[in-house]
Design a protein. Structure first.
Length: 235
């Protein structure tokens, strides 16, 4: 008996594949929760094939991450308590896009100071992700920060979970091993570390300029799926 093989139905060259924005008709939209950081919305949406489905999702402000890499090719990871999963997770510097009219790059630089007490002279776009697109509108841009130096005034005191947030420097290869072994499971850690490793393998040629287009974020914000603070975010 031969093995069953699922034939691909998409006719185009796989090397040309890309995620793309669509504009399905939303028949109804209801705010279920207006939360401190994000909202929950219920919408009835046409799928374009005659079906209409109802979906609940988190209306998220979006976020930025910073994979800080020092001259010894070690990445900075911080241990932070994450209440929804009840775990202490090792993660890169990260934060919400919740400051009015602040650009993603400025937000990333601010978070690097606030969480790590560092500034970076070299910034590049490392990778963009939608963190949980089946249930959240969260878009995340992760930057690679290099040529690091202590921030004037050092690391400020944090509030809440950030009051007790130890950090350590982990060799990039060791971080990759920890991700693949399941010891690091936070999504931004896994994606950022593996993206940095892959980019380094190619001589960092995959890195994008700091103001590279971010069409996913643009689409989510323009279609009222993001909780945008202030005017439209500048990229």
């Amino acid at each position: 008996m031969s093995a069953y093989v699922l034939e691909p139905t998409w006719p185009e060259d796989p090397s040309a594949l890309a995620d793309e924005a669509v504009h399905n008709v939303v028949r109804s939209s209801e705010a279920l929760v207006h939360g401190k950081v994000w909202d929950v919305r219920r919408e009835a949406v046409e799928l374009g094939d005659g079906q209409t489905v109802v979906r609940d999702y988190v209306v998220h402000p979006g976020a930025v991450g910073v994979l800080a890499l020092d001259d010894e090719e070690r990445v900075l990871l911080l241990r932070q308590y994450r209440h929804p999963v009840g775990m202490q997770l090792w993660e890169p510097v990260a934060g919400l896009l919740d400051v009015a009219d602040e650009s993603p790059l400025d937000g990333a630089a601010r978070e690097l100071v606030e969480e790590a007490g560092l500034v970076a002279a070299r910034w590049d776009v490392l990778v963009d992700i939608e963190n949980s697109p089946g249930g959240s509108s969260e878009t995340i841009r992760c930057y690679l920060a290099r040529d690091l130096a202590p921030a004037p005034g050092g690391r400020p005191d944090g509030d809440g979970e950030e009051r007790d947030m130890p950090y350590t420097w982990v060799p990039l290869d060791t971080a990759v091993e920890a991700v693949l072994a399941g010891r690091f499971s936070a999504p931004l850690t896994a994606v950022g570390v593996l993206a940095a490793y892959a980019s380094r393998q190619g001589g960092w040629s995959s890195l994008r300029p700091v103001h590279a287009a971010w069409p996913q974020r643009d689409h989510v914000a323009a279609t009222d799926r993001a909780r945008v603070y202030g005017a439209a975010q500048q990229h």
